[in-house]
Write a protein that binds this ligand. Sequence first.
Ligand code: BGC
Length: 720
Amino acid sequence: MTFLKQTELVNLVAQLSLEEKIGQLQQLTGNFYTEEEAEITGPMTEVGLTEKSVYEAGSVLGLSGAKATMEAQSKYLSKNRLQIPLLFMADIVHGYRTIFPIPLGLASSWNPELVKKTAQVAAVESAVSGLHVTFSPMVDLVRDPRWGRVMESTGEDPYLNQLYAKAFVEGYQGDLANDPLTIAACVKHFAAYGAPEGGREYNTVNMSDRQLRESYLPAYQAALEAGCKLVMTAFNTVDGIPATANRYLNRDILRKEFGFKGVLISDWAATKEVVAHGVAANEKEAAALSLEAGVDIEMMAFCYQHFLKELVAEGKIATDLIDEAVLRILELKNDLGLFENPYRGANEEQEAALVFSKEHQEIALQAARESIVLLENKQNVLPLQKQEKVAFVGPFVEYHDLLGNWSWKGNPSETETIKEVASKRKESIEFVATSGIWELTDEELTAAHKAAEKTDKIILFLGETADMSGEASSRTNIQLPTAQLTLLRELKVHGKPIVVVTFNGRPLDLTEVAELSDGLVEAWFPGTKGAQAVTEILFGETAPTGRLTMSFPRNVGQIPVYYNHFNTGRPIDANDADNKYVSKYLDVSNEPLYPFGYGLSYDKVSYQDLVIQEETIGLDGKISASVTLQNNSNQPVTETVQWYVRDIVGEVVRPMKELKGFETCVVPAGESKLVTWEISVEELAYIHVNLEKKADAGEFVVMVGSNSSEVLAKTITVKN
Ligand code: BGC
């Protein structure tokens, strides 16, 4: 592609009238460009727009399809004075039409390469359908499963979140300048949107600068280091200032410290919401605050549109600030090659050939397989054996919507159900599809009992509907709906092994389910090929390999519960278990039900002989460690070896464990395997009191294991 030179872009900005410049900062929804003029007159006047301003707006959200976007672009260009092309953006979060597992599921693969591949597929499908930008990845670190948007996150660990942030961005953007089958990424939500008080959506975020930098900012930064073109602000306040109007976050940290040169877009109407937050008296003040804080594009609010001109006339806003924002938007258009070809990747033929192609579905199948986590497998109830009679029961047996939230173009009707997949098999399976997620009829219960009587094992397919997680879907009760628990409790009377498969978008409180069931499979919302992946795992054609990236609490009262917590001044002492005056609950253990990194497979390896090569090293040295994995089973085992470190004494308190590396390897049947690991002391750096990031001398515990709770440990010394 050929591009405009920087001087040409600067000249272009100079040719724009103030109205046209303000137009570039406006993002509108697709209906303004697709519906007949008469139909949008209403919405237009409602928000105080004129036809002229619609054809000066710089970008669109939520319109896709090669034909629709090309028509909209061509009509727009015919009416736009300087033919500056529109940008088409949308939320492509875990696939376009080929839907992958939700990000929390994808993260459970511990496979950034796979995640990158899914993002590449999403980019190809989006690009041929006319999109230029996706509002993804969401890299907000999460510790509270009440918050519905944990489904969009990759979990509670800063290190893993960084790897995934990079993988998503590289997957979407590829060779953005030369390959039209790529899209620009927009990392969100800057910053710390994943930490709302009480897990309640859009709620206050209170966080120290140190904590922000230590745990929350690294993933955004990793996305930027991978070349991410856009950043989206967050709805929440951070330390009393709404993120969208937060100069410290957006100018000092994002632009100055991180050196971000791309486009900062507000979240939906977040500019206007600073009025409700209470830092601006009206939309005019909101416009000034947001622009001063560095927000370039205003998504579906009209503070800039209505008030920037006035603010400039009154001398309250310098045109330089506007020019700077416009230039960044034009640079993005130029980076995407839109001045050369405003239609970029949009192509109806390619759209027909590539969207939801067999190859893409294969990748969705692989991603679904790797995202599923086996949580319980008492007496090796799984995998199911060919000769066994099984009953498949529950609301998810004949349920098409295995896609989960944020799967805009995903089509549940082209997603096979568990029954459709499993009934193609030779095994003897009886299906009792109950109808409701929330209710269960007496007839359904009777049918379930009848099937249970005749069968060897009962497999229950339970879960949440897609809209129970995602945006604006916070919950204080994170158990399965009562009707589904009733089904499980009732079927227990048969005394037969029960396996529960759950489809859901957040860590649930599965305490009772775990007690009542023999096998427990976390399937998340597994996407387009989810039913097949789940069925393969149940019957053992695929061994489960997924590992949690977010702790599962024992109950809501334990939240937030996460592995990389502090010790406290009064930690529990195993040798003094009756001591009341320690940091604990009276009614429940401190440990989560399932910890970070946890997940079973059908066979197990044991960890032996953690060896540290040099137990005393210098600050500029490296820790070299090895461990032996022993597989005594007669099957190869895929194991994700997790390396954790604890810095025992720091200038500020350090977490009990921090993931610092991992490796997935296959240990052949009956064999052992030596796994080595190396990390420089520099990588153990942390944020000090003065916000400087550096590593200290002292003692460190190096740990390795199959999850964050079961580890072998050795102490080493780092000398100055
Ligand atoms: C969400 C964003 C999303 C935007 C556009 C907002 O409500 O918070 O994550 O990108 O809508 O759909």
